[in-house]
Design a protein around this ligand. Sequence first.
Ligand SMILES: [Zn+2]
Length: 349
Amino acid sequence: MKRPAIKIEVSQSFPWDTPCPLWLRICLQLLLTFSLANTMACNKGTDATASAAPSIATTPAPPAAAPPDTAPLPHIDAKRAFQYTREVAAFGARFMGSENHKKLERYILDHLKGDQTEDDAFTADTVEGKFPVRNIIAKFPGAKDGIIVILGHYDTNYPLRNTGYVGANDGGSSTAILLEFANQLRGGLHDKKRAGYSVWLVWTDGEEAVKTWTDTDSLYGTRHLAEKWEKDGTLKKIKALIVMDMIGDADLNIERDTNSAPWLLDLIYAAAERGGYQSHFYARQGPFEDDHLPFVKHGVPSADVIDLDYGYNNVFHHTPQDTMDKLSPKSLEIVGDTILETIHMLDQR
Ligand SMILES: [Zn+2]
């Protein structure tokens, strides 16, 4: 996951925060009294809100109306998901081609015994040489025609490989939540088929850049998978695709990603509302580059569920400080329950 590009948005701060002539201040104050504040801008040329961080949305996005839903709310086993995160992080650095990566591949597959699994394996040619890449797919078939895809990357950052970096949140939490989703989906299969759409879980590989994030040095696994699914016709069957990334931060703030499909973000928000979790969603918004992008480019309705406010000013992201003590099972529960409910709501559509 890349830090979002610098983006300047029109400031929603009060005009008198910036230097203005007195007559203008009075004018503006009068206008504001007549509820015209939002249409006025005394901040032309100022860039008070410019920063590398996503903009703060002072007005929360209007939530989509939740369809009538009387089904009990789904609940993941957060303790188990947290334990998975701990075990994954304990492997250490898990960059493409490493021994620890191979151990983690086996760990994931060991947890999918009896499930329908598939590999998308290939060799990536990168600026740091050739690397084996392996996306792992688990399929939970459904009665309805169509597929819901949930992705999360399991590789860790290559440039940080000799720093003691373990990627507990970045790589660890996404791997773990998908393992827990597999438990939940498997458990709900009484007659071997879900009542709703098929759900495919994908542990993606090579999400991280090997040197510096660019369009060609990043998202190795999902760029390959999107092409493959374009050719074999899978993309056309995907009803929704949701990426899980860095969702374990104890101080959970899921971003509203402007590269995602707004209706899908709204549906996720409505699902969060059902659990009373909405305060953890969409306080900030901005464009995020993550594993959903290759699918967005092919027109697949996609959403990135990411918290890129990891420590003050995102200070733990891509550092050896990305460790278990920053994470909380509660955050995995909030995201896990919300996404399971989103799947349920998608099934009703
Ligand atoms: Zn990362």
